[in-house]
Design a protein around this ligand. Structure first.
Ligand code: NAG
Ligand code: CU
Length: 239
């Protein structure tokens, strides 16, 4: 009995671990995402339907893009400059960066799947301070608040976009865990800015598996700083 109880406790964190974006708050309105596991029976959403909470372990895995999701039936309107808040129903890890990416669709969402070199970062938070073996990481904010909020670049050209929220968990040395989900946004505004090509990446693969921001051992090596993989955030002011 005692053994069983302890085993159950030991297993619980595995079952309850990990996480995924489960809804979005935009302009004061909540847009439900998937809360379960596809194929979902829930109503249509703005979010790509994802299959599970499991981490993606390899930068080349197709799940890197949107956790294996497929096109959503709905989209959410957002004004350039307005915040998009992603909400996680659960999240367990406190070491590693948060990164938010967008992709401009050439046309309709039904034919836009984030293919090709078109993804750019609009926000990220890695480490603050100089202690990698700490909770001073972007993902610790998601752990505490179960949310991440940032604005759509104010000058971004209007159009159909995918937004991709990515958590990179670094608590296990040499076993980085990627968690990414996507949703569909219709951006409005009077801007005309689009990122220049040196800010654009394919997903996968936006960085090599041996990128120092991916292979980093946060418990060892005397490191005092950290740079997230995939380059800098696009400020939104270039044309
Ligand atoms: C919008 O996002 C920024 C972070 O980039 C945050 O400081 C601010 O509080 C957010 N605003 C709202 C209304 O959530
Ligand atoms: Cu996990």
């Amino acid at each position: 009995m005692r053994f069983d109880a302890l085993s159950a406790l030991a297993l619980a964190p595995l079952v309850a671990g990990h996480g995924a974006v489960t809804s979005y708050i935009i302009g004061g309105k909540t847009y439900p995402g998937y809360e379960g596991f596809s194929p979902a029976s829930s109503p249509p959403t703005i979010q790509y339907q994802w299959p599970d909470y499991n981490p993606t372990l390899s930068v080349t895995d197709p799940k890197m893009r949107c956790n294996g999701g497929t096109s959503a039936e709905l989209s959410a309107p957002v004004q350039a400059g307005e915040n998009v808040t992603a909400v996680w129903k659960q999240w367990t890890h406190q070491q590693g960066p948060v990164m938010v990416w967008m992709f401009k669709c050439p046309g309709d969402f039904s034919s836009c799947h984030g293919d090709g070199k078109g993804w750019f970062k609009i926000d990220q938070l890695g480490l603050w301070g100089n202690n990698l073996n700490s909770n001073n990481w972007g993902t610790a904010i998601v752990y505490k608040t179960l949310q991440w909020s940032n604005p759509i670049p104010k000058n971004l050209a209007p159009g159909n976009y995918l937004i991709r929220h990515e958590l990179l968990a670094l608590h296990q040395a040499n076993t980085p865990q990627f968690y990414a989900e996507c949703a569909q946004l219709v951006v409005s505004g009077s801007g005309s800015a689009l990122p220049p090509s040196d800010y654009l990446y394919s997903i996968p693969v936006y960085a090599p598996q041996n990128d120092p921001g991916i292979t980093v051992d946060i418990y060892n090596g005397g490191l005092t700083s950290y740079t997230p993989p995939g380059g800098p955030v696009w400020s939104g002011f270039e044309f």
